[in-house]
Design a protein around this ligand. Structure first.
Ligand code: ADP
Length: 266
């Protein structure tokens, strides 16, 4: 296991179901608790980059908590409304702890064009120098599927690799990887440590069944695999209990830990 006290730059992915109630309205207590703990971790000297989902769900909630939008213009409109609301809330809540935030919206071309990558990495580094917390999302209101990464699990791993992070933490509605989908199989067991993310591991995951989550465990494992292959460790932990982040940084075993490549090869 990595010595977490040595992890300096950390990418933290926050899922929709952590931020919102099932109808899409903001879960104020959850967001407040998370912001408090993240602020404290930043105060302890860590560099934090957040990848936050939730724009579409928050937009839907703000415009009346309608059923999940299925057509593209509606989804893109909800994302535009929700992204504003989400950043407003983050800005307001982080400012209580004297932290500044910045919005960075990315799309798939970030991985395809070297100049773009270089440029955005410089922006990330400068924001961190300025003690700002970058908050990343995909530019959902502008791009269509073929230009999108498609989910924020994979986006968070891309950001972690791009920015040379030491650790990726995915906060989810579930407290880690189970032997089977625990929403369907109550007997499923939590797996504490994963080495090589191979076909057998991928086979444990299915899509999400929550109304606001996207990608389920499938995209989380893709993200952990991309991080692993680029020598970055990943944790999947529950976003419902932000205090678990304190446990993690105190070296306790929390959620599921995915080893980085050099740990497997050791
Ligand atoms: P988030 O919105 O937090 O990103 P998702 O709802 O998209 O989370 O994904 C987590 C969900 O993935 C779990 O609640 C569960 O329903 C589903 N899942 C599928 N397979 C597994 C598995 N093997 N272990 C844990 N969760 C799984």
């Amino acid at each position: 296991m990595i010595d977490i006290s040595k992890a300096n730059r950390i990418v933290l992915k926050i899922g929709s179901s952590t931020l919102t109630h099932p109808q899409g309205f903001i879960n104020i207590r959850a967001v407040e608790n998370l912001v408090k703990v993240i602020s404290d971790i930043k105060n302890s000297g860590k560099e934090i980059i957040i990848v936050s989902s939730g724009a579409v769900a928050v937009g839907m909630g703000k415009l009346g908590g309608l059923a999940r939008a299925s057509d593209l213009p509606s989804k893109q409109a909800y994302a535009a409304v929700g992204q504003c609301e989400l950043m407003y809330l983050y800005d307001k809540m982080f400012s209580v702890y004297h932290h500044n935030v910045a919005q960075i919206l990315l799309s798939a071309d970030i991985t395809q064009c070297e100049n773009l990558t270089k440029n955005v990495v410089n922006t990330f580094n400068r924001l961190i120098d300025l003690n700002v917390i970058p908050i990343v999302n995909e530019n959902d209101s502008v791009y269509t599927q073929e230009l999108m990464i498609g989910d924020n699990d994979n986006l968070s791993a891309i950001v972690a690799v791009m920015t040379g992070a030491d650790l990726l933490i995915i906060l989810s509605d579930i407290d880690g990887l189970y032997t089977q989908n625990p929403s369907i199989n109550p007997g499923a067991k939590l797996i504490s440590v994963v080495g090589e993310i191979d076909e057998k591991i991928h086979a444990l995951a299915t899509d999400a069944i929550s109304d606001v989550g996207t990608g389920g465990m499938v995209t989380k494992l893709q993200a952990a695999k991309y991080a692993q292959d680029n020598d970055i460790s990943t944790y999947i932990i529950s976003g419902k209990e932000p205090d678990l982040l304190y446990d993690l940084f105190e070296g306790k075993q929390v959620g599921t830990y995915f080893k980085k490549r050099s740990e497997i090869n050791d």
